[in-house]
Write a protein that binds this ligand. Sequence first.
Ligand SMILES: NC(=O)c1ccc[n+]([C@@H]2O[C@H](COP(=O)([O-])OP(=O)(O)OC[C@H]3O[C@@H](n4cnc5c(N)ncnc54)[C@H](O)[C@@H]3O)[C@@H](O)[C@H]2O)c1
Length: 382
Amino acid sequence: MPDRKIGVVIDGATGRLGTTQHLRALLAIRAEGGLPLSNGDRLVPEPVQLGRDPAKLAALAEKSGSLEWSTDRDACLADPSVDIYFDATATGGRPERARAAFAAGKHVYLEKPVAESLADALSLARAAERSGRKGGVVQDKLFLPGLKKLRKLYEANFFGRVLSVRLDFGWWVFDGELFPAQRPSWNYRKATGGGLILDMFAHWRYIFDRLLGPIAAVSCRHMTAQPRRIDESGKPYDVDVEDHAFAMFELEGGALAQIGSSWANRVKRDDLLQIQVDGTMGSAVCGLHHCFVQPLVATPRPFFSPEQPQSMNFDEQWQEMPEILPFENGYRAGWELFLRHIAEDAPFPAPLLEGAKSVQLAEACYQSHRERRWVELDRLQL
Ligand SMILES: NC(=O)c1ccc[n+]([C@@H]2O[C@H](COP(=O)([O-])OP(=O)(O)OC[C@H]3O[C@@H](n4cnc5c(N)ncnc54)[C@H](O)[C@@H]3O)[C@@H](O)[C@H]2O)c1
């Protein structure tokens, strides 16, 4: 069967996500001889690494099998052998880069968040429509084994009537003083698209829309827990964005969700992301991989005594769901969907309007904090 090549520029190829997830996903597809299409053709991605540092790009290209690399975005966009522009650089400036790619006639696939403002995010979705090119945003978390198990529980009507959801996310990110920080300094600066809400609520939006239920309104408070940090070159800087947030979401249908997200809390739970759903017929607690359930008929009657320590071990009262579905890497799965969307017009669940919905949620949370009130989420359309 014939091979069809598809040129993909990876902007930010030497960044963490660019290298460890996206480039790796495309190289894996290539190493398997390409992505099989429904007509029997194989679609072979030809990645081009785009970045700022020639030494880093050359070293990565060497390790990746002598890939092409460049520091010139305009030249990459002018190259007719490039079909897709993919952006995994720092968030700031993403709309300008994406707009330039649409204007050059490329399909555009973006890391989240697609923009820092809803107006910019919507303008990208419209740019895709106008150009007749395809646009998409990464929604990797839906493919996590823990979240796929949670989906099965909804499909099996395990919960009965869902009453509440609790999402806990985060870990301690060192400020760089005692130990080096584990997040890039751009995450902590507004000018480069930093901020925990902009960054993480992008995921929460599609997880709720696609799995837990649509969000009707939000209430949010945030803070800057670590206001002074040390950057990659050892220089101190002032943080001008939030790194810690508590939110409540009211879901359509009335259930409430409590969202704790932080780069400044310490983990004493099963995983870095944990979602608990409580329903009339049962509850589930799911992490990135594992998922535990407790049906109504196996729900204990705990006893509270001020005189003696708790005798029940609550953790032991939950049953773990088995591994039945095969593991899928969410980044690679996203690429396969987007490549098929371009090559054979296959359906794609995450067009740029979905990316705009994530930005809408972040904006609503910032507005709620500023105005100290609940903010409704309007239905978005182009
Ligand atoms: N889908 C996910 O789960 C997920 C996870 C982490 C990050 N992300 C997103 O991916 C993108 C990249 O994140 P990352 O963690 O790989 O970041 P990173 O700092 O590791 O990489 C960023 C890349 O952008 C380049 N860059 C361009 N302009 C920059 C600037 N002004 N400051 C700093 N770097 C700049 C850097 O050279 C680097 O190659 C972000 O938009 C982020 O929100 C997504």
